[in-house]
Design a protein around this ligand. Structure first.
Ligand SMILES: [Fe+2]
Length: 491
């Protein structure tokens, strides 16, 4: 679909969304769609849609600030693991989480989903009304199957309290399915990482979402650290606080609008699994590792039977979405054969599918870097000494290809790395806001760096045959949408 048509579609959908929500906000007591809806794991024939019912149409912008506590207090509370103490230390006496700034509490009720191809509105598929799951933070999910490839779909969801009630809210948005391996149309995508509520750069959310909405990519990948449990106001050391942070983030208008319009792949990383550099078996406060994974993988984001996937996006592009937390060894294990991040099964799948693919460009999207460089004191990723054995093996494997490109999140600075004499390229998208950027010195430009910028923004990829032969363009973009670096690869 060309960009003008994409824009017109978007404007039409936004109009309907705004019109609908204004109407319902005045006329009903809810439940509402304060968290919008998300999609995930799209391929040519299927996608997962997620939504949540809320007591209010918006987050509680006038809520009370949390009591700020020090890192030492956080550390002590984490060790003690007492949920009541964790809450008492951060929530003023007499108040509940619903009173706190940004709160978007859940609501019981029922939802119904309708979807249809944009150019064929007669061909509607309508689900039954279904109650949201109170035990899963008032969320529900649908897996839509038998979709048509390379098609823009409109999604409409209605809410009601129960079968005796009128519709209390409705939302409308869209997604598109990928083209098959024969599709030659341009494909645009964006990659982001690392943002949270406390480091947003407007009251409505992160500016990158405005900039990306202007580009209206065909799909977008969030490489994880979508929120940070282990950052203050509040330190989310209980399940209730973890959910609070998701509810608050999902209510931010810039994010909410983007996520309801664009095909999305959500990945997770340490801060939204549990805490910094987390690995299997850890706890945060009373929350276990398994529970942390369950909240992300099964409740707060579109679910999938596996946590990694490869998707063809036309003749010239195939993407790999990898999983970097679920299968990893303990970070403090001595490096050597057997110490892994991907885990043996995922690694075998990655190697096999990369070899089998005949896509012109192969883009492997990882939460964490494989090339780096990264700081000497880190021991959490393949660019660190702690995982050097498997890292070297993977780098050697990837070097046989001249059409594999790595993208990563996690690091809070933008870079392009291409070690001299290798086929290896890595693009770090950078943190989601300037205030969130850091962790590397702008002066510390190494020989393998083709580009280095210690600021926020995102990465844009563009596959095109406009010049007659296929090209893949990567652009680093700042938080306001300005291009700050570009690399073009032609085949
Ligand atoms: Fe991060």
């Amino acid at each position: 679909m060309n960009s003008i048509l994409k824009r017109l579609t978007f404007l039409a959908i936004v109009f309907v969304t705004i019109f609908s929500s204004c109407e319902t906000e005045k006329e009903t007591d809810g439940p509402y769609f304060g968290n919008g809806f998300h999609n995930g794991w799209a391929d040519q024939t299927s996608i997962v849609i997620w939504t949540r019912l809320t007591q209010n149409p918006e987050g509680n912008a006038g809520g009370t600030e949390f009591i700020s506590i020090s890192s030492k207090e956080e550390n002590d509370l984490d060790k003690e693991g007492d949920a009541a103490k964790i809450h008492a230390a951060q929530i003023p006496e007499g108040l509940t989480l619903d009173d706190m700034i940004g709160a978007c509490p859940g609501a019981i009720g029922e939802v119904k989903l309708v979807y249809y191809p944009l150019t064929n509105s007669e061909n509607k598929t309508e689900t039954e009304w279904v109650a949201v799951d109170n035990d899963k933070n008032f969320t529900t999910q649908w897996k839509l199957e038998n979709l048509t490839a390379d098609t823009k779909y409109v999604v409409q969801i209605e809410a009601r309290l129960d079968e005796k009630s009128k519709v209390s809210d409705n939302i409308e948005g869209a997604f598109r399915t990928p083209p098959t391996e024969t599709g030659e149309d341009d494909i645009e995508f964006c990659v982001v990482t690392c943002h949270d509520y406390i480091r947003k750069d407007t009251t409505d959310g992160h500016k990158i979402y405005s900039a990306m909405m202007d580009l209206f990519p065909d799909f977008y990948v969030h490489t994880g650290d979508i929120e940070y449990y282990d950052k203050p106001d509040p330190w989310a050391m209980t399940e209730e606080l973890m959910r609070f942070k998701w509810d608050r983030l999902f209510a931010m208008p810039l994010q909410r609008n983007f996520w309801s319009q664009v095909t999305t792949y959500y990945m997770k990383d340490d801060h939204d699994a549990l805490k910094n550099d987390a690995w299997p078996g850890m706890k945060y406060g009373p929350v276990t590792w398994d529970r942390g994974l369950e909240i992300f993988d099964k409740e707060q984001f579109p679910s999938h039977d596996k946590f990694y996937k490869t998707v063809r996006w036309g003749k010239d592009l195939q993407i790999w979405i990898t999983e970097g937390r679920n299968y990893r060894s303990h970070n403090d294990m001595e490096d050597g054969p057997g110490k892994s991040i991907y885990g043996p099964e995922q690694k075998a799948w990655l190697y096999k599918t990369l070899k089998e693919s005949d896509a012109t460009f192969k883009v492997v999207i990882n939460a964490n870097p494989i090339l780096g460089p990264d700081r000497k004191n880190k021991r959490d990723n393949y660019a660190n000494e702690g995982f050097q054995t498997e890292g070297d093996e993977i780098r050697e494997f990837l070097n046989q290809f001249d059409n594999v490109y790595l993208c990563n999140g996690d690091r809070h600075w933008q870079y392009v790395t291409n070690p001299e004499g290798t086929n290896l390229w890595e693009f770090s998208c950078g943190a989601g806001s300037d205030v969130h950027a850091g962790g590397w010195s702008q002066e510390d430009e190494r020989p393998q760096h083709r580009f280095l910028r210690v600021k926020g923004g995102f990465l844009r990829g563009h596959v095109s045959r406009e010049s007659g032969s296929p090209t893949l363009t990567f652009q680093h973009i700042d938080v306001d949408g300005n291009i700050v670096h570009e690399e073009v690869f032609a085949k």
